[in-house]
Design a protein around this ligand. Structure first.
Ligand SMILES: [Zn+2]
Ligand SMILES: [Zn+2]
Length: 144
């Protein structure tokens, strides 16, 4: 698969225990959702999801590395994060700048050392949420 931004080959990479495809050039991450069935469903229930997702999506010029469809962008309010996703359920694109926002949020939380573990746990759970088939289905419904 090619990076939707740089058009170079993505490389398999283990990111916090999750197998992702990473661009060696821009360090963007493609979160594949092929193996969803193996993952425990930790998706938000619908009410919680509504509180966390801003209900807007916009088309982008980026293409899905799997099928070439235009990716859509949505904003995930919980972490002030924008993500691109393929409507055909191939996965999510998380670029380096977006990831930096998360790291920054986590570092701010680390000011309180007692919460360090919690911040990292939240990030791991966030990644797992993104890979949940239920999360994806609800997202599609909400944005359609
Ligand atoms: Zn790239
Ligand atoms: Zn696709």
């Amino acid at each position: 698969m090619k990076c939707p931004i740089c058009n170079v080959d993505l490389e398999s990479s283990n990111y916090r225990g999750i197998c992702v495809e990473k661009c060696p050039s821009c360090e963007g991450i493609w979160l594949d959702i092929d193996e969803l069935d193996q993952l425990e469903d930790k998706a938000f229930d619908l009410d919680e999801l509504k509180g966390n997702v801003i209900f807007s999506s916009s088309p982008t010029n980026l293409q899905c590395p799997k099928c070439g469809s235009d990716l859509k962008r949505f904003k995930y309010r919980l972490h002030d994060l924008q993500l691109e996703f393929c409507e055909k359920q191939h996965g999510y694109w998380l670029d380096k700048e977006e990831e930096r926002k998360i790291i920054k949020l986590m570092n701010e939380r680390k000011m309180d050392m007692q919460r360090k573990h919690k911040a990292e746990q939240e990030w791991d759970e966030f990644l797992e949420d993104l890979k949940s088939p239920t999360f994806f289905q609800k997202l599609k419904t909400l944005l359609s």
